[in-house]
Design a protein around this ligand. Structure first.
Ligand SMILES: [Zn+2]
Ligand SMILES: [Zn+2]
Length: 220
């Protein structure tokens, strides 16, 4: 094994995670008291007002980081295939920091529309989900859910338009009656995509849906 440089400072050895200890400690960890359902800040980690008044289709959310510097840049590099080894880093950190999930039937990475996949050549959520599924011994499900609507990237839209933009975006081809499902996505901003995917999975019969994300925008 060759020692690898830290991705962020290049001064230190990054070890297996490709990040040195000081850089790792400096990352914007999601360590705020947060709503268990949507992972936004909430006093005493209670269900937040937003989720109480308009509950999302998913039941809970775990986020590793806040979407902030330098994590935002790392995720961009990863998404556009400049640092593919980050899939290993992010999945290893999720396994270290999240309590072991029990009784889940499948992990579904956020599906990309085939056109988007052809553009990018790579689904950033799939690679992380693949490593997690293997380590957690939970089946990876790439087939049951498809993205059927080609929509403009969410980031280009104002808040309210995002929910509308996602409506009818997914299709689930099998019955998931009584199943417990983990949805894996890289960034959760307003949560509109994960809400829509969770609603689709629930409509197919899933009983419990948990979102796992690398980073959560705390002021969407
Ligand atoms: Zn470093
Ligand atoms: Zn909430």
């Amino acid at each position: 094994m060759f020692p690898q440089h830290c991705l962020l400072c290049a001064d230190h050895n990054g070890g297996d995670l490709a990040l040195c200890k000081p850089c790792l400690d400096d990352l914007p960890w999601h360590r705020v008291e947060a709503c268990p359902q949507c992972a936004l800040p909430s006093h005493d980690s209670r269900i937040c007002g937003r989720c109480l008044s308009a509950a999302p289709a998913f039941d809970s959310t775990r986020a590793l980081f806040r979407y902030a510097y330098p994590l935002d840049g790392m995720l961009q590099h990863y998404k556009y295939r400049q640092q593919l080894n980050l899939a290993k880093t992010f999945s290893a950190l999720m396994l270290q920091h999240f309590a072991r999930p029990a009784g889940f039937d499948r992990i579904i990475p956020m599906p990309l529309h085939p056109k988007r996949l052809a553009e990018r050549g790579f689904n950033q959520s799939l690679e992380i989900a693949r490593l997690l599924a293997k380590r957690l011994d939970i089946p990876l499900d790439l087939k049951s859910c498809r993205r059927i609507k080609f929509a403009p990237p969410q980031a280009s839209l104002p808040h309210k338009a995002r929910i509308k933009n996602m409506r009818g975006a997914f299709e689930c081809g099998i019955s998931l009656t009584g199943q417990r499902v983990i949805l894996l996505d890289d960034v959760m901003t307003t949560g509109a995509s994960l809400h829509e995917l969770a609603a689709t999975v629930k409509a197919a019969g899933a009983s419990h849906v948990e979102c796992w994300v690398i980073a959560r925008t705390l002021n969407p």
